[in-house]
Design a protein around this ligand. Sequence first.
Ligand code: ADP
Ligand code: MG
Length: 338
Amino acid sequence: MSGREIKMTDKLLDIQHLGVRFEIGSMFHKSGLRAVHDVSFSVDRGEIVALVGESGSGKSTIARLICRLEKPTSGRIVLDGKDVLTSEPGAAGKEYRRRVQMIFQDPFGSLNPVHTIAYHLARPMQIHQTIDSKDRRSRILQLLNTVGLRPAEDYIDKFPHSLSGGQRQRVAIARALATGPDLICADEPTSMLDVSIRVDILQLLTDLRNEQKTAFIFVTHDLAAARQLADRILVLYAGQLVEEATSDELIATPKHPYARLLLAAAPQKGGSLETPLPAKPGTPQNVDPEPGCPFSERCNEVMEMCRQKTPGWTFLENNRRVRCYLYGDALATEGDDT
Ligand SMILES: Nc1ncnc2c1ncn2[C@@H]1O[C@H](COP(=O)(O)OP(=O)(O)O)[C@@H](O)[C@H]1O
Ligand SMILES: [Mg+2]
């Protein structure tokens, strides 16, 4: 269903060694929380890439970094060959924000109850001056149509409280589309919606990609949803990527022990979208982590070397990669660059 046949060779976004460290603790006892560490991946034009991992693994932080809602401590964010971190602030930064939009998890909190739907959709057009003010209303009607809120005239002057969760999330998607973005980061866009509505929203995102060639970074803890929507899946553990493969390959033959653990608890092919990730035997350890593979504490195939140095990437066929000593002689990476 997801148009995976489309050949995509055109790189849109390139994330290089992205990292962020938050300062936490009290005035007297400060410590660092390494939320995202040495994350590199790319997204092609019109491609859907899923970012999968359990709660606290850094998915939202990566989405927020890419949408420039958070500042990284290290790394580069390159859009169409241009490093956004060095070209900001100013016009280049604003253009980046126009091209890279975000959809949040909570369709209730992300819309302002005192404003109409028309206001929410006009605002980004106003900020980015993408549409003449006289043409805005017809463009808003068109956007409402695109996201399936029809007839659009029935919705345009409503307030968010009179809409259902699914309808509000459609408004949030329309708002993200209002600037004509090339990339949308969707942070668990269906997790707060009724199960019956989730499939429709995922279908809408698929349609947008197919019809408008919008690329998506789809953040989810739901492997079945990732498989349904995405071309590729990136698996994140404790702020680090541990595996990347096409969705079909990752689901068929997960390589990293953590990816295998996720799959073991995930629904079988075509299974329900509701199944959660496994109960956590331990919290991903990312507060001033020890050297070594972040998963070594929980891995039942752990070897001595895993605890000493973080494995680098082993590259497999078909642009597949895995960060684990079980797969060849991956170069060990030296500790910390965040
Ligand atoms: N602004 C912040 N300040 C301190 N810690 C944060 C902040 N944002 C996120 N974190 C921490 O970073 C880690 C990753 O969080 P997050 O990206 O929200 O994970 P996920 O979306 O995968 O559940 C968590 O331990 C979270 O508590
Ligand atoms: Mg999150």
